[in-house]
Design a protein around this ligand. Structure first.
Ligand code: Z5A
Length: 211
């Protein structure tokens, strides 16, 4: 595969939407073909699964059902969108991927990391992102920012201890995979957050355009 696979992760109110647009602009300005997508979702089937997962009406979804639905959407997404794009040399920028499963379903819900890893191996067959940008900030700061938005979805309605376990799981992944996962301090002012992202992108894009 020749395209680069980049994912963006973070907790509540981390500023993913804002940063994603900036990253998209930078990569496209470098003349690189880019596919921007998201999880859960990114395909017709995946977006249907997303609706089920996010709708607060579905309060009775079991933890294992939630986990399997995440990977069902991911399987469709990988086969329909991500892998074909990478094979064609197109870069893929994905708003959340499997690190979110470890953080939310693992850290948040308490599902064992091994069970998630088993599904990861089955569905992804070894495929991992080349680069993951983790937008990290204290949970209370994120909730304060997110509070200014509309009605919370099924995940946004979780309590603060869920969010704290989720954040710690993300940071644990980053400490175990420092080459792939770059932690961005997103508690800072937006301009500063974008500068941190830019310095990582500068290296990545310099490497890509010299290939
Ligand atoms: N999920 C899961 O459980 N397992 C999985 O495997 C996957 C996902 C893949 C949907 O994801 C849910 O799916 C997600 C986890 C679960 N649930 N949650 N929570 P999503 O990514 O679509 O949903 P989201 O997390 O709510 O993302 P978002 O809409 O991108 O929100 P955000 O990160 O909070 O970003 P934002 O809207 O850009 O920023 C929030 C506010 O802060 C906004 O008013 C900004 O103007 C402001 N902001 C942004 N940056 C700054 C700075 N630096 N300073 C001050 N204010 C700022």
């Amino acid at each position: 595969m020749s395209g680069k696979f980049i994912t963006l992760e973070g907790g509540e109110g981390a500023g993913k939407t804002t940063c994603l647009k900036h990253i998209e602009k930078r990569i496209k300005e470098a003349g690189i073909d880019l596919c921007v997508t998201r999880e859960p979702g990114g395909t017709r089937t995946g977006e249907k699964i997303r609706e089920i997962l996010l709708d607060r009406v579905n309060f009775d979804i079991l933890d294992d059902t939630e986990l399997i639905l995440m990977f069902a959407a991911r399987s469709q997404h990988l086969n329909e969108v991500i892998s074909p794009a990478l094979v064609a040399g197109t870069w893929v920028l994905c708003d959340r991927f499997t690190d979110a499963t470890y953080a939310y379903q693992g850290g948040g819900r308490g599902i064992s990391q091994q069970r998630i890893a088993d599904l990861e191996h089955w569905v992804q067959k070894g495929l991992k992102p080349d680069l993951t940008l983790l937008l990290d900030l204290p949970v209370d700061v994120g909730l304060e920012r997110a509070g200014k938005r509309s009605t919370p979805d099924r995940f946004e309605s979780e309590d603060i201890s869920f969010m704290q376990r989720m954040r710690l799981t993300y940071l644990d992944i980053a400490s175990r995979e420092p080459e792939r996962v770059k932690v961005i301090d997103s508690s800072q002012a937006l301009g500063n957050v974008l500068s941190q992202i830019d310095s990582i992108l500068d290296d990545l894009l310099a490497g890509a355009t010299s290939e």
